[in-house]
Design a protein around this ligand. Structure first.
Ligand code: FES
Ligand code: FES
Length: 161
């Protein structure tokens, strides 16, 4: 089937069977490899993207749900001022030794900061409860997020409806 949708504010058209997963469409068809696949079954958060303004595990979204959807991936979020602040703060704390979980954690964090611009460590842990960091670097990640949150935030990314 032919599917039209938006990715990072750009219209895209793909040909796909209805059951293909969004994570594969992003990575293989569209070359957006910032979105990672970890568990492939909705338990690790590595593949998080925004779909119509809501965080979703792209490994659980089938192509038939995509017509007219608006998707934001880490590549889209990376264009925002808030991402720049966050990235800088995470570099200061030396978070993400291997980096595999970083795009999912940053997407979840962007979603949190859009609703709560100065979260406590407990609120960050709660927001990241669906994200697995296999390196166990949670303390540096949370410290970096708190540092990034202390800087001015811009309006919510990817939210146009
Ligand atoms: S790869 Fe999608 S939640 Fe783990
Ligand atoms: S930094 Fe390695 S999985 Fe999180």
């Amino acid at each position: 089937m032919k599917i039209n949708f938006l990715v990072n504010k750009r219209p895209v058209t793909i040909n796909s069977s209805p059951g293909r997963r969004l994570v594969d469409i992003l990575r293989i068809d569209l070359g957006l490899t910032g979105t990672k696949e970890g568990c492939g079954e909705g338990r690790c958060g590595s593949c998080l993207v925004l779909m119509n303004g809501n965080l979703v595990n792209s490994c659980l979204i089938s192509a038939f749900k995509l017509p007219d959807a608006e998707i934001v991936t880490i590549e889209g979020y990376a264009q925002s001022k808030e991402y720049a602040n966050l990235k800088q703060a995470l570099e200061v704390t030396g978070a993400f030794p291997c980096g595999f979980c970083s795009s999912g954690i940053i997407m979840a964090t962007g979603n949190l900061l859009a609703e709560n611009s100065s979260p406590t460590a407990a609120e960050i842990r709660e927001a990241l409860s669906g994200n697995v960091c296999r390196c166990g670097d949670y303390d540096n990640i949370i410290a970096g997020i708190r540092g990034g949150a202390a800087k001015p935030q811009s309006r919510r990314y990817g939210k146009t409806r």
